[in-house]
Design a protein around this ligand. Structure first.
Ligand SMILES: Cc1cc2nc3c(=O)[nH]c(=O)nc-3n(C[C@H](O)[C@H](O)[C@H](O)COP(=O)(O)OP(=O)(O)OC[C@H]3O[C@@H](n4cnc5c(N)ncnc54)[C@H](O)[C@@H]3O)c2cc1C
Length: 389
């Protein structure tokens, strides 16, 4: 039976970054993933993530050459309510930074990180985890081809539905927003390359994030969170009818809508594991917490988990303690849970801010947003929170 210090289950962006960092730190780590993403898709991925400076700092520890991978460093974010009367503008120049963050298609990021992991030549098993348990002071994992592995510590990076979390018997707090995010790629005649834009229509965010062009003109990633029946109705429309619905919602800077790609829906739910730790096991990223995408922070929280878990595991190693030391794993949870929880709790508040019928929205609709938009100091503070600096 193959034995490792740490086994990471799941090669999404979080599991890939974690396993590469642990390997670089000299920890014997293996990665389990049934579908590693090695080929860069030649169409835009329907999901784009906005990485903060803090996440980019985590990734900067890895041999990831960004010049090889499609991305956009964006310099402005414009957030407005339905009548666009008092937009909030976050501007990199005014905030004294070169950019507000990096927009990268989820599949491109995954592929870039998979290339790093391949280059580092750490052991990988292209199988699905099927069972897990404890024997002889180790955690064992059974894979779908019958292989059995064992490790001092197993890390669940296997996403929102985490099969490992379920096998560990860790319960979840869950909230269904009764919304879905409709995602697509939109080609338009106007060039809004440096600006990310988000409008709240009765509290429901509609966002366009600039994409690195593939062929043809400028394009953006659309993320439109809507009550589920409306999202399903928009998904079922023809391309032309969908464009007729979308076009009037967009500001003039996007010009004419030329085409819309295939569309997809993500049902929106918030989840938080009741605990991040079990015997010789720990949860990271979406396996531990899932938040509404309106603030674009889910993966950023996952990378912050990675940074802290690596610190805690190296601390244990340097003290000669087991990597599965329960107190060490609890320290990781204590350092991460409050921020993850705060961000999760902020989502309904932000949404209420822009919903005229919501309690906070009623207050802010008239004067508050305008006031906020005039107060550069507070605006910059909010911007810094979003940047993760
Ligand atoms: C529409 C939308 C927009 C978003 N925008 C942003 C944004 O702008 N910024 C941001 O920070 N976040 C954003 N997010 C959130 C972000 O996409 C997630 O937080 C992130 O992808 C989670 O990464 P992960 O590696 O934890 O999990 P995942 O990416 O879900 O990876 C889990 C991996 O585990 C593997 N796996 C599953 N089961 C098994 C098994 N049995 N055995 C082995 N492996 C297994 C899967 O194959 C997968 O590769 C957005 C989310 C959505 C839906």
């Amino acid at each position: 039976m193959n034995s490792f210090a740490v086994i990471v289950v799941g090669a999404g962006p979080v599991g890939l970054a974690l396993s590469a960092l642990l390997h670089q730190a000299g920890i014997a780590v293996a990665l389990v993933e049934p579908q590693p993403l090695r080929r860069l898709p030649d169409v835009h991925d329907l999901r784009t993530v906005a990485l903060t400076k803090a996440s980019l700092a985590v990734l900067a520890e890895l041999p990831l050459d960004w010049s090889l991978w499609r991305h956009v460093d964006y310099r402005q974010v414009r957030v407005e309510d339905a009548d666009a009367s008092s937009p909030l503008l976050f501007d990199a120049e005014q905030m004294g930074v070169a950019s507000l963050g990096r927009l990268v298609e989820n599949a491109v990021l995954q592929c870039a990180l998979q290339n790093c992991v391949d280059a580092l030549a750490l052991p990988q098993y292209e199988q699905r985890l099927s069972a897990s348990g404890i024997a002889a002071g180790q955690r064992w994992l059974d894979l779908s081809d019958g292989t059995r592995l064992q490790a001092d510590l197993v890390v669940a990076c296997d996403g929102a539905h985490s099969p490992l979390r379920q096998q560990l018997g860790i319960e979840l707090w869950q909230h269904d927003y009764a919304q879905s995010a409709l995602v697509a790629c939109v080609q338009h005649s106007g060039d809004a390359r440096v600006q990310a834009w988000q409008r709240f229509e009765r509290g429901y965010p509609l966002a366009l994030l600039p994409l690195s062009p593939l062929t043809g003109g400028p394009s953006s990633n659309l993320v439109w969170s809507l009550p589920r029946p409306r999202a399903e109705a928009l998904l079922a429309l023809s391309e032309a009818a969908f464009i007729d619905h979308l076009a009037p919602q967009l500001p003039a800077v996007y010009g004419r809508l030329l085409s819309v790609s295939a569309r997809a829906l993500y049902p929106l739910q918030a989840r938080h594991a009741r605990t991040y730790c079990a015997e010789r096991a720990v949860l990271v990223g979406d396996a531990a917490h899932v938040i509404h995408p309106l603030a674009g922070q889910g993966l950023n929280l996952g990378f912050a988990d990675v940074r802290v878990l690596v610190q805690e595991l190296l601390r244990l190693r340097d003290r000669g303690l087991s990597l599965a030391d329960p107190l060490g794993l609890r320290r990781y949870e204590r350092r991460r849970r409050p921020e993850n929880q705060r961000m999760q709790q902020a989502m309904p508040w932000i949404q209420g801010l822009f919903a005229p019928e919501g309690p906070t929205g009623a207050l802010l609709k008239g004067a508050g947003l305008a006031w906020l938009s005039r107060h550069a100091g507070l605006r910059h503070w909010l911007g810094r929170q979003a940047l993760g600096t």
